[in-house]
Design a protein around this ligand. Structure first.
Ligand SMILES: [Zn+2]
Length: 264
């Protein structure tokens, strides 16, 4: 007896996960009379965390929807910027409380994101299990360069970081997760992730380098690791990265979709 198939089409950057011969076209996926749409999607290499909308014969469905053969399935990426407001998205969007846990390879990105004010856990001693467990216990989004981690069943939110250089990664994450308007520099410790506290200049004077003492008047202190912060070079560099990202985004929004770089 012939096996049942559903006809799939993946849109935008989801194509990056597909084998070359399956990109940008319709193709059949075996469903054998009853297979969840989530399972079918992952069988061709697309992590479910990258998917935001699934239409089966034009109707939006959730991951558990069973395919029995003969359906047409359209799969759209997370944070797709097309206006799809009348249909059901698979998870709330954008992130209302963006909090992250970054994988072991993304230490620099974690520090950049903290500089931009975001809550990012990162520890180079954490293995994949620890990262996945922390993410699900604390409802955090996993940032990773490891597609395999995002295919795990327990992972609810995750983002596969395409760029390899940390500045480009920051720009990519801000853009892809639509975080540009939530940037709050000079609020969080880049080393230990604690929220910074205001501190009078007089209280930290003896800890400041000569140049800093004469050039800056606003200071913050980290209650976690006691580091003192001022709006110096790190801060300026980060502010420029963020404003470059926002202006690049503005150019793209003139009609095109915000594309992320292809997977290396
Ligand atoms: Zn700290």
């Amino acid at each position: 007896m012939p096996r049942a198939h559903a006809e799939f089409r993946f849109y935008e950057e989801l194509n990056d996960f597909l084998a070359a011969e399956l990109r940008q076209r319709d193709f059949p996926v075996e469903v054998d009379r009853a297979r969840s749409v989530k399972d079918a999607i992952e069988s061709v290499g697309v992590p479910h965390t990258e998917v935001d909308l699934i239409l089966v014969d034009g109707n939006s469905v959730d991951f558990a929807h069973l395919l029995r053969g003969g359906e047409r399935v359209a799969v759209y990426p997370m944070f797709e910027r097309l206006d799809i407001s009348p249909v059901v998205r698979l998870r709330p969007l954008p992130l209302r409380d963006p909090r992250f846990v970054a994988d072991v390879h993304l230490g620099k990105l974690a520090r950049h994101l903290r500089m931009a004010g975001f809550d990012v856990l990162w520890d180079n001693a954490w293995d994949d299990d620890e990262i996945v467990r922390t993410a699900s216990l604390q409802r955090r989004t996993i940032l990773t360069r490891d597609k395999g981690m995002l295919r795990r069943r327990e992972v609810e939110r995750g983002y596969f970081v395409r760029a390899t250089e940390s500045g480009a990664q920051l720009a990519e994450v801000l853009r892809a997760l639509q975080l540009e308007t939530r940037v709050a520099p000079f609020t969080r410790c880049r080393v230990c992730n604690s929220l910074l506290e205001d501190v009078p200049k007089a209280a930290v004077l003896d800890r400041l380098p000569e140049k800093v003492r004469s050039f800056y008047d606003r200071f913050k202190r980290c209650p976690g690791c006691e580091r003192v912060y001022w709006e110096g070079t790190h801060y300026e560099r980060m502010k420029k990265m963020v404003s470059d990202t926002i202006s690049a985004q503005r150019d793209l929004c003139a009609g095109a979709l915000g594309r992320v770089p292809p997977i290396q």
